[in-house]
Design a protein around this ligand. Sequence first.
Ligand SMILES: Cc1ncc(COP(=O)(O)O)c(C=O)c1O
Length: 421
Amino acid sequence: MNLQQRDQKHLWHPLKQHQLSPESLAIVKAKGCVLTDEHGNEYIDAISSWYTCIFGHCNEYITRKVSRQMQQLDQVMFSDFTHEPAVKLSEELIKMLPQGQNRIFFNDNGSTAVEASIKMALQYHFNRGEQRTILIAFEEGFHGDTFGAMSVSGLSIYNGPFKDVLMEVKRIPVPNGENEHEILERLQKYICNNDVAGFIYEPLVQGAAGMKIHDANGMNSILQFCKTNGIITIADEVMTGFGKTGTHFASDHIATKPDIICLSKALTAGLLPMAITSCTEAIYAAFLSDDITKGFFHCHTYSANPIACSAALAGIELLQTEEIQKNLKQIAAAHAAFASKIRLHPKVKSARHIGVIFALDLNVTTERYGSLRDQLLKFFMQRGVFLRPLGNTIYLQVPYVITKEELSKVYKVVRASLDII
Ligand SMILES: Cc1ncc(COP(=O)(O)O)c(C=O)c1O
């Protein structure tokens, strides 16, 4: 039996209807931008394995640092203990995070980073004796699969079965440059009982919604409104963090900075699972008290795992190198050129890009997990490119070390896929 066959005996994969498609491709090796399957076929990883491996797979600089850390200190509980990798990572992150962030709290993944951010916002008000329990979020947002994260996400196949047991959340549309007045009016209505605790948003790009890009000025007005009305602002930078939009964080494009930021995915450059919820000193201060119950009693066993911290530190070093910053600019310019051409194609409804993110919407209506998506995925894989369309959106989020030849091949295959629609 090969790997693919053995897999089907005991494994349960995420985001999959096993009855309809039981098989999963067995990957045996990954290096740079290339994944290799058990039959020796190669695929360019044009979505950086769910937006994580920004410096390519098995990056030698990062694996060397991680391997050194593994021999020094592997794991120690982070309640009562501390260690150099966590301290150093907090120092480095605070230097690069948007202005105002001053505290680093560790989690395991994007969903738990969001979960902690929601709990921070709720307990912030609770500790101050205020009854604020309602959250505001964008329509079509995606923040993860734990209960708080599902609550603030827009309704979809992910949270549909649980909709009756989610938290109370009010929705606003994303700012599109024309609807600011309508959004502010809606917000004004929502706050009439003074019970809104926080507003969570994916800054500038809604990933799971199909890499939808929204308006930075409108975003700024919403954040200003929240600040004026004591609503804690939470930027979910799980997808956008660490260079994806051309700046270190998408919040860098927006004048008003958030109170809390959620980070994961590229944080550890795809090597190990880890996440962070950072916040301002003002949020942290609301948890300081002689009363122990006002502390933040939220913890994950592997909080601040030293090996994961060492991967993050190595990634941050790479991100700030001239070479990577130059690559980011070159990829952004290549995306801009490709977008300007491809958007003229009759099968393309629209094309957009920011930083290393590129997306086009096809001129067809289809289900998110419909047959067109399967057909396209197969087409891309047969041509050696791993891309994972979302409904009628084909998107790229390439590693920052992709070569010119690899990127040209990705564009060529995307262009060719339009002929099968
Ligand atoms: C913006 C955003 N937030 C949260 C998450 C959840 O992260 P995780 O899958 O690591 O739980 C994701 C995952 O795609 C995401 O894109």
